[in-house]
Design a protein around this ligand. Structure first.
Ligand code: SAH
Ligand code: SF4
Length: 367
């Protein structure tokens, strides 16, 4: 039996769907402890205990989509819309680089117009130029065409995050208007992969109507689609959305529990991928991100967006660190990471080992 596992079954990559459901639903603290310990062991073995930072800049809340759960959806007229200037985004990227974060995530609402595509291309090029190619760039800009993904890759981005939100198609349809098509997301993930990105996806946990069996299927989806990076977090209500009524059933303790257990199970099943401890965990518990690292995550995404924009980029209520600038955030994070005896992979991209493994297997790179 592996490590300190006292369970009557192995916690390994072949966990069955029934076992995953059982582990998501258990009321036994000893079983949960064994799960987290095993996940940490698998993380240490396959990706190490260094935490890699991606400084995230949420540069625009303009969005053409209308996802029912999201605070910056198109129909929310109470949001002040903004887009940061090219200069301000580049300045934020240089701060990230100068402070040794290694990588940056550019995230925004979704736009597909030519003006936006060119804007992002210029920003990415400039960031690469000004850092002599040293800054790693991840994009999280929604559904685009294969041509757009190629254009941004050529400009210098090399990782892309696009969550499927849920692998249950019927549930996806309940959470989105009719013209939001889950098959487009799947096509986008395929294009991203064939263009050569490190591909990240993820889901929300604890969505209304979502079952533990759905979450087990989500993990199977990540595995079957050979995903390199996972960014997932608990669903949190936003009061100005059509799903605001779900607040009456909202149980933050269960949301956090699901968030952490999903990280642990995904680590055990997928082993060598990058997994982020996302901000939504911290919104539910001040130590949420550290708990995420202890449950098997190895990536943190400190928010580097200028504080003056943060209240306009609230995807959900209670987003933490709304008034902490990047420098305060950096010092706070260092202390948090030291508190759990991990180190920060400064100045490194911290790419997903899984990406290199799958590329080696298909003979696309030789190391
Ligand atoms: N527009 C892009 C990127 C920004 S949204 C996109 O949708 O891909 C990034 C993620 O925020 C989404 O994928 C969704 O999973 C998450 N999100 C949105 N609203 C949320 C909520 N109420 N609670 C938790 N996560 C939410
Ligand atoms: Fe737009 Fe992304 Fe929010 Fe959907 S989740 S409304 S695409 S920002």
């Amino acid at each position: 039996m592996a490590g300190s596992n006292t369970l009557p079954f192995e916690l390994d990559r072949d966990l069955s769907k029934a076992r995953i459901v059982q582990l998501l639903d258990t009321n036994d603290p000893l079983i949960e402890k064994a799960l987290f310990e095993r996940a940490y062991q698998v993380k240490a073995e396959h990706v190490g205990t260094q935490v890699y930072f991606r400084g995230i800049v949420e540069f625009s809340n303009q969005c053409v989509k209308d996802c029912y759960y999201c605070g910056i959806r198109r129909s929310n007229t109470q949001v002040r819309r903004f887009t940061m200037s090219e200069e301000d985004i580049v300045a934020a990227g240089l701060w990230i680089h100068d402070n040794g974060y290694g990588s940056m995530v550019l995230q925004s609402g979704e736009r597909r117009d030519a003006g936006f595509v060119d804007f992002v291309e210029r920003v990415v090029r400039k960031l690469k130029e000004k850092t002599q190619g040293e800054l790693g760039i991840t994009l999280s800009l929604g559904e685009q065409t294969a041509d757009t993904y190629r254009c941004w890759l050529k400009a210098g981005a090399h990782r892309y995050l696009l969550r499927i939100e849920t692998s249950n198609e019927a549930l996806y349809r309940q959470l989105h208007p009719e013209d939001h098509d889950p098959s487009v997301r799947l096509a986008c993930l395929k294009w991203l992969r064939s263009e050569g990105y490190q591909v990240g996806t993820g889901v929300m946990m604890g969505l209304p109507g979502q079952t533990s069996a759905d979450l087990a299927d989500d993990i199977a989806f990540f595995k079957d689609n050979d995903i390199d990076m996972i960014g997932m977090g608990p669903y949190i209500v936003h009061s100005q959305t059509p799903m605001a009524a779900t607040i009456k059933d909202f149980d933050p303790t269960r949301q956090l529990q699901l968030g952490l257990r999903m990280i642990a199970l995904t680590r055990i099943v997928l082993q060598d991928v990058n997994i982020a401890a996302t901000t939504a965990l911290q919104a539910l518990d001040p130590r949420g991100r550290e708990l995420g690292l202890e449950a098997g995550a190895n990536i943190l995404m400190p928010n580097v967006t200028d504080v003056k924009y943060r209240d306009a980029y609230q995807l959900y209520n209670g987003k933490p660190c709304m008034d902490e600038n990047a420098l305060q955030c950096k010092d706070c994070l260092r202390a948090r990471i030291e508190s759990i005896d991990e180190t920060i992979g400064l100045g490194q991209w911290g790419d997903s080992p899984h990406f290199f493994k799958r590329r080696r297997e298909i003979g696309q790179i030789h190391e």
